[in-house]
Design a protein around this ligand. Structure first.
Ligand SMILES: CC1=C(/C=C/C(C)=C/C=C/C(C)=C/C=O)C(C)(C)CCC1
Ligand SMILES: [Fe+2]
Length: 546
């Protein structure tokens, strides 16, 4: 597995034309833009964890049945500092660098601890976010990096803290029907409080002397006070419906005191993150119209969720689907020491990721009997049991076992939906297949091939699509067979059969997340961006993952 995880990947700066076999539908025109770690060694130094790797952006431009591939490292301050020093000098999730050149740039928001926590990294390796007409590479710190989606060049470094008081923000924003970005971040000990902040970045803004900057118009429209000042929950994503935000305050927590001493103790950020199996998972539902959380104290058993799949409102209830684990061991498995030749033994999950459906009543009947199920939905066996003191215990319906990196048809985000596209994951966290799960029939279709390691499958709807699965699936496939080139796989989303593959004679890395920019939507052909069409879900919606 060293080929996939250990080796530094070469950038492919000039677009290389792929060898296409099969036929790519003629309507599919645009760019699949994705992000993930590509470099794990700098000089003689090596990162400890796969999530530490320097961000490598790559794109597959699909035009008239042909595919062009290119890749480029994000020229983050972290990348530049490491390259200049020829060693790792900036700390990442699993690697504390010594000395950190940023140690003097103190995080203002950690008011009490300001002299101990070094500035976070801007190595934005996780996802791509569309913000107005701009694209950003994202991670989970307070930094995002603007990029040129066509050339993959790195542009401005943006500090979220200039626009909203958050020290950490998710790399999985949502988009509403108008293309506004909805995201969440954690504000640590600001004015004596630790909060989870929900903010909106508008898609369209008036132009000023410096041009259009939607971030300047960022608006906080709600927040949830953390149950603990010094140990806020870690979260990687959240859910939205038409009127609500779903936030899981899970017992997988960051220890701020540990973080404040991590640098002097020489330990990494990951060691400041722990699963508390004695705790519960609090389910917060925030009304987007008022910014206020619902008063009922919904909770469930301890679990760890990285990816929300979707959420929607049905008959006075809110239904939400997540991929859940019994513990926090997933991140442990991505230490590079575990991803070696013996990775099948060293990298075994202690709990299988499962698709769980929860349902909570939006209005709990005060007179309901203690112990009664206050969810009466025919569509799910998920239950919510009334307890004393405004507490409701939620019991999920188990939908499917062994999946991760979920995507949906984004036109159904926040709405009832039927299909989940995901990577198949059982005891090893490295996917070998991709799958389509039908929630209605509880059946699945799969694609997999020997020595092929698929990335997150992304759904692109066909023009005039009627059914939810009218469209195609794109997935970049990395191969460990030296005879086989990596390729972009194009599947028919309905039948899950292969329509085409585009083999790429260049290095392709195993990535994390990304989005599809239809030609009409982006300026990938150096054309003027299209006008906003408010009545229709913007094209970017079909693609950005949630
Ligand atoms: C650097 C840094 C962090 C980085 C977290 C990362 C990089 C997480 C990646 C998660 C992925 C890739 C999940 C996939 O499902 C923290 C913990 C927020 C805390 C502060 C500093
Ligand atoms: Fe993710």
């Amino acid at each position: 597995m060293d080929v996939i995880f250990g080796r530094n990947k070469k950038e492919q700066l000039e677009p290389v034309r792929a060898q296409v076999t099969g036929r790519i539908p003629s309507w599919l025109q645009g760019t699949l833009l994705r992000n993930g770690p590509g470099m794990h060694t700098v000089g003689e130094t090596r990162y400890n964890h796969w999530f530490d790797g320097l961000a490598l952006l790559h794109s597959f431009t699909i035009r008239d049945g042909e595919v062009y591939y290119r890749s480029k490292y994000l020229r983050s301050d972290t990348y530049n500092a490491n390259t200049k020093a020829n060693r790792i000098v900036v700390s990442e999730f699993g690697t504390m660098a010594h000395p950190d050149p940023c140690k003097n740039i103190f995080s203002k928001a950690f008011s009490y601890l300001s002299h101990t926590i070094p500035d976070f990294t801007d190595n934005c390796l996780i996802n791509i976010m569309k913000c107005g007409e701009d694209f950003y590479a994202t991670t989970e710190t307070n930094y995002i990096r603007k990029i040129n989606p066509q050339t993959l060049e790195t542009l401005e470094k943006v500090d979220y803290r200039n626009y909203v008081a958050v020290n950490l923000a998710t790399s999985h924003p949502h988009y509403d029907a108008a293309g506004n970005v909805l995201n969440m971040g954690t504000s640590i000990m600001d004015k004596g409080k630790t909060k989870y902040v929900i903010f909106k970045i508008p898609a369209t803004v008036p132009e000023d002397a410096k041009g259009k900057n939607p971030l300047k118009h960022t608006e906080v429209f709600g927040s949830i006070t953390s149950r603990s000042l010094l140990s806020p929950s870690y979260y990687h994503s959240f859910g939205v419906t038409e009127n609500y935000i779903v936030f899981l305050e899970q017992p997988f927590k960051l220890d701020i005191l540990k973080m404040s001493t991590a640098y002097i103790r020489g330990v990494n950020w990951a060691s400041c993150l722990a699963f508390h199996r004695e705790d519960q998972t609090y389910i917060h539902i925030v009304d987007q119209r008022t910014g206020k959380p619902l008063p009922t104290k919904f909770y469930t058993d301890p679990m760890v969720v990285f990816h929300h799949v979707n959420a929607y409102e049905e008959d006075g209830c809110l239904v939400f689907d997540v991929i859940a684990y019994e513990d926090g061991s997933l991140y442990q498995l991505f230490y590079l020491a575990n991803l070696n030749q013996d990775f099948e033994e060293n990298s075994r999950l202690t709990s299988i990721p499962t698709l769980r459906r929860f349902a909570v009543p939006l209005d709990v009947d005060k007179n309901a009997e203690v112990g009664s199920n206050v969810v009466k939905l025919a569509s799910t066996t998920a239950r919510a049991l009334k307890e004393k003191d405004d507490r409701v215990y939620c019991q999920p319906e188990l939908l499917y076992e062994g999946l991760e990196l979920p995507r949906i048809n984004y036109a159904h985000n926040g709405k009832p939906y039927r299909y989940v596209f995901a990577a198949e994951v059982h005891w090893s966290p490295i996917p070998t297949k991709i799958l389509k799960y039908d929630i209605l029939t509880k059946s699945s279709l799969k694609w997999g091939q020997e020595h092929c390691w698929p990335a997150e499958p992304l759904f692109v709807p066909m023009p005039g699509a009627k059914d939810e699965d009218d469209g195609i699936i794109l997935s970049a496939i990395v191969s460990t067979d030296p005879q086989k080139l990596p390729f972009l796989l194009v599947l028919d989303a309905k039948s899950f059969t292969e329509l085409a593959r585009a083999s790429i004679d260049a290095e392709v890395h195993l990535d994390l997340h990304g989005l599809f920019i239809p030609d009409a939507d982006g300026d990938t052909r150096e054309q003027a961006p299209s006008q906003e069409q408010p009545d229709r879900v913007p094209d970017c919606h079909v693609a950005p993952w949630t």
